[in-house]
Design a protein around this ligand. Structure first.
Ligand SMILES: Nc1ncnc2c1ncn2[C@@H]1O[C@H](COP(=O)(O)OP(=O)(O)OP(=O)(O)O)[C@@H](O)[C@H]1O
Ligand SMILES: [Mg+2]
Length: 281
């Protein structure tokens, strides 16, 4: 082989090698950056209660600032997943990262950036909605008067109960109590809000208003929302992406419009029935 041709071939191989190496490094950086930007990362989550397997390997990621819905019927595993994510119970196995940290290493400072609304959150009977929100603002911002006032003002706005905010909470309807609870979770402007059935027990008008509140709030403050519902139709309008969960497993995941198109379903309810039937056959 003439020396000039050999030189050209070597140069070509060297360039290819550099290109391959750069590609590899860029890929790694990209993966790292992407992983750092997830608000919630769940991989292969398994949970046993005694011998009963409630979660059978759940995996999903929630991007920062998105509204992600976990939807499925009663007993599917939504609350169990949420309780693990907010650190109330430990998983049997699997990886759970919240705001970039392994869930078991989340300290008090990070915990203050995570709001959790349990599905069965109770209210105090003998204090007013205003007093309740004031108490929450005091707990979160004990030494910061301006943040305390800002949180309280936002809470009152989100609850949107007018003068009734000054009535005792024992006089509130179910829907009014839920609104105060949603306001309580969001008023601290968390980075991540985990809302378990935020519209449970609400009539269509109240439910719609609460959904709008959640959506507008997430847009305005860039808050990541992880919410659950067993009402598949209601989440279509509020969530960016959803995971359909059944009997402890995710059976479909992605953007609502993509999922419907992919499976030729009219809505999520129809899609759910199609997928469950498909698995049973
Ligand atoms: N502490 C517990 N001990 C035993 N079993 C439990 C416990 N918590 C949940 N389970 C079981 O795990 C399964 C999932 O329950 P989970 O509360 O997560 O469902 P869900 O999807 O939130 O349902 P729902 O829509 O009714 O709130 C159910 O079969 C439930 O009975
Ligand atoms: Mg539940």
């Amino acid at each position: 082989m003439p020396p000039s041709l050999m030189y050209t071939s070597c140069l070509f191989l060297l360039i290819m090698e550099i290109f391959y190496y750069l590609n590899f490094v860029l890929g790694l950086i990209n993966r790292e950056v992407k992983s750092m930007s997830y608000a919630v990362e769940v991989a292969n989550l398994v949970k046993y209660f005694g011998k009963f397997q409630a979660l059978k390997g759940i995996s999903f990621n929630v991007d920062e600032g998105e509204i992600y819905g976990l939807i499925g019927p009663n007993g599917a595993g939504k609350t169990t997943t949420f309780r693990i994510i907010v650190g109330l119970i430990a998983p049997t196995s699997g990886l759970v990262k919240v705001l970039g940290r392994d869930v078991e290493t989340v300290d008090i400072d990070l915990r203050k950036k995570i709001a959790y609304l349990p599905e069965d959150a109770g209210t105090y009977r003998n204090i007013t909605g205003y007093e309740f929100l004031k108490m929450v603002a005091e707990i979160y911002f004990p030494n910061d008067k301006s943040r305390f006032e800002e949180a309280l003002e936002l809470g009152i706005k989100l609850a949107d109960l007018g003068d009734k905010i000054h009535d005792k909470m024992k006089t509130y309807s179910k829907g009014m109590k839920r609104r105060v609870q949603v306001a309580r979770a969001l008023m601290i402007k968390p980075k991540l809000a985990v809302l378990d059935e935020p519209t449970v027990g609400l009539d269509v008008i109240f439910a719609r208003e609460v959904r709008e509140t959640i959506k507008n709030f997430s847009r305005e403050y860039g808050t990541t929302i992880l919410m659950s519902s067993h009402n598949m139709l209601e989440v279509e309008g509020v969530c960016d992406r959803v995971a359909l969960i059944d009997k402890g497993r995710i059976i479909a995941e992605g953007y609502v419009s993509d999922l419907l198109q992919e499976h030729g379903a009219k809505n999520l309810e129809e899609l759910f029935v199609m997928l469950v039937r498909g698995e049973e056959e």
